[in-house]
Write a protein that binds this ligand. Structure first.
Ligand SMILES: NC(=O)C1=CN([C@@H]2O[C@H](COP(=O)(O)OP(=O)(O)OC[C@H]3O[C@@H](n4cnc5c(N)ncnc54)[C@H](OP(=O)(O)O)[C@@H]3O)[C@@H](O)[C@H]2O)[C@@H](O)CC1
Ligand SMILES: [K+]
Length: 586
């Protein structure tokens, strides 16, 4: 039985995410079994039509409710739809959606992009348009023919003089310009079409539904070129969930995603193992044993918070990590930071012990004692800091400790890699036996991989995979739809974090995440899965969501904050709250 606590956190099943290449493999495997490709397109379109009708009705009911305080079925409103189609099979889906909606009484207007006059010549025999099996868009051509034969009204985008919104009034806008075949920056006319679509739909406050994936978004990477992509309210995702819907730009353009699986997957085919798994829910925790003490929950050592001579101070980074580690429930904590911050540390976290960062003997003694070591938050980037990093990392490796490397630690690690320092190989070997985690954002990942930030951002999955191959260990590549790579029984598995919000894009949030990871890892009363890296990232994301969403009870008298103004220092209280929500009651 779920407890009342369980009920207040929405739980969802993990979802496998696929690349375009895999999608084509799935489709082809289906056709190779003798299944008809046009029939699949018809199924896709018909199921989408059912969703479109329900989504439109829901939208109308919600509007009624907001205006009149009451909503009643059936909704008596005109159903006008503007379907924008490209030349590929995504456009084919669009033609069929238009065809079926028209059959169901909708007022339909198709806007074509990239078509030529001869494409609209009606053929006597629709089947003949599918004669050439090698034509990859034979189904799209057939769909177009079907729609034309049913007298679906269409206009060519290229011929519309007044592309302003009033020229295209509709209640629902359907985007079927590009699907999973979109793989490079759109040419000018397509860019204009996508922008006109967005403007028009926004102007008339239409419901925007993307077929399979918003046009302009790359299915395998989540990349959008020059911010030109359809901004969908809902994406009707065909066959299998695309990786790009959930990371990088995908989150800004996809809206709500509804799956239309259509065909069974052949699970035993290696090509069809998802490239990543979307996760939204943490694993639940058991209550602590009564017969336990602080030593039962680990000793965290945070090494960071330096004060560079005559320069910036970064004590806050280590303090934020420490507070967050403590908030996850670790037993005790020591912060090795610059002496200048000991007072501040004890004021904000009296539970912590402090150690002078520059007392190398003292810190090394602590490394021996601690159960987990996190290093790098606010450590500084000068030569002295680099020496400290190298010495402490070496000690942690020699002592066989779980290690989290963050922020300035990653900066030094990249330098050591460039120098071919033997510590890199030692760390990699160490990571095969002990937990090691690197937590870069794309700037830090770029330095670690000696690449440009754009190269990292344009293919985040490739970047995290390459990083783990070079340095070893588990990785978090932070950013919208953070990626988590875990080495599981000699195989890497990638997760995409489906929680968290843009309010978390502020200074100190990374220090908080490093603290959550460290704090969880220290608690070895928890089974591996319950203190895994992906569990830590989910807890961190949920804590951010708790602060900006109204997930607390009204009588909770804690102040909610919005995305603008959310601060890292708000997080430890929210982390404690999430830990409480995910722990079963006694
Ligand atoms: N097969 C089936 O039965 C089923 C298919 N399904 C549907 O098919 C969709 C995939 O169809 P698809 O492979 O035809 O790709 P799609 O994205 O429609 O268009 C590719 C076209 O765009 C062009 N193009 C690409 N990038 C461009 C750019 N930047 N700027 C300009 N042009 C660009 C590209 O040109 P090319 O790269 O060849 O030069 C090509 O002409 C899938 O998402 C799903 O909706 C479902 O109905 C299930 C059944
Ligand atoms: K689309």
């Amino acid at each position: 039985m779920p407890t009342s606590n369980e009920l207040s956190l929405k739980t969802t099943m993990p979802v496998g995410l696929y690349s375009s290449k895999q999608l084509y493999v799935i489709e082809q495997a289906w056709f190779a079994q003798g299944n008809n490709s046009f029939a699949l397109m018809q199924q896709a379109a018909w199921q989408m039509v059912k969703h479109i009708e329900i989504l439109y009705e829901e939208k109308c009911l919600n509007e009624q409710l907001a205006k009149q305080g009451i909503a009643s079925r059936p909704v008596n409103r005109p159903c006008r739809v503007s379907v924008w189609v490209g030349k590929g099979n995504n456009g084919g889906d669009g033609w069929l959606v238009a065809y079926y909606l028209q059959q169901r009484g909708w007022q339909v207007q198709v806007i074509t992009v990239g078509f030529e006059k001869q494409d609209f010549v009606i053929k006597d025999n629709i089947e003949s348009s599918n004669e050439d099996n090698k034509n990859p868009i034979a189904d799209a051509t057939k769909a177009l023919q079907l729609a034309l034969s049913a007298d679906c009204k269409y206009r060519c985008f290229e011929n519309i003089d007044d592309r302003s919104m009033s020229a295209l009034p509709a209640d629902v806008y359907i985007d079927a310009i590009f699907g999973i075949g979109f793989n490079r920056a759109a040419s000018a006319i397509y860019q204009q079409a996508i922008c006109a679509f967005n403007e028009a739909a926004e102007h008339v406050k239409a419901l925007v539904i993307a077929v399979d994936i918003p046009s302009g978004l790359v299915a395998s990477t989540g990349q959008v070129f020059e911010r030109v992509a359809i901004a969908a309210d809902v994406t009707l995702c065909l066959i299998a969930r695309k990786f790009g819907l959930h990371t990088k730009d995908g989150l800004d353009y996809s809206g709500a995603v509804i799956d239309i699986p259509l065909i069974p997957h052949l699970a035993n085919d290696n090509a069809l193992i998802p490239i990543a798994t979307l996760i939204n829910s943490p694993n639940r925790l058991k209550p602590r044993r009564q017969n336990s003490h602080k030593g039962s929950y680990g000793h965290v050592l945070i090494i960071g918070g330096n004060h560079i001579d005559n320069s910036q101070g970064m004590g806050g980074a280590a303090i934020l990590s420490a507070s967050s580690a403590m908030a996850t429930g670790s037993g005790k904590i020591t912060v090795a930071c610059h002496k200048a911050y000991h007072g501040a540390l004890l004021t904000s976290l009296p539970d912590a012990m402090s150690m002078d960062l520059h007392d190398t003997q003292g810190v090394k003694r602590l490394i021996k004692e601690a159960s987990v070591i996190a290093i790098g938050m606010g450590l500084g980037r000068d030569e002295k800091a680099k020496l400290l990093f190298t010495e402490y990392l070496q000690a942690a490796v020699a002592e066989g400790k779980p290690i989290i490397i963050d922020a300035d630690g990653l900066y030094h690690l990249a330098s050591l890699h460039r120098e071919n320092h033997m510590l890199i190989a030692e760390l990699k070997t160490h990571s095969k036996t002990y937990q090691v985690c690197l937590t870069p954002h794309s700037g830090e990942a770029a330095r670690l991989l000696n690449k440009k930030v754009d190269e990292i951002e344009n293919d985040r999955l490739a970047a995290i995979t390459e990083g783990a191959a070079i340095y070893g260990g588990d990785w978090v590549l932070k950013g919208a739809g953070s990626l988590i790579l875990e080495q599981q029984s000699a195989q890497a598995h990638v997760y995409v974090c489906g929680v968290g919000n843009a309010g978390m894009a502020t200074a100190g949030m990374g220090d908080v995440l490093a603290g959550v990871i460290t704090g969880l890892w220290a608690q070895d009363d928890l089974k591996h899965e319950l203190r895994s890296l992906h569990q830590a990232v989910i807890i961190h994301g949920l804590a951010g969501d708790v602060l900006v969403n109204q997930t607390r009870n009204n009588d909770d008298n804690l102040l909610l904050v919005g995305q603008r103004g959310l601060q890292a220092q708000d997080m430890p209280a929210a982390i404690r709250h999430v830990m409480h929500l995910i722990t079963d009651s006694l």
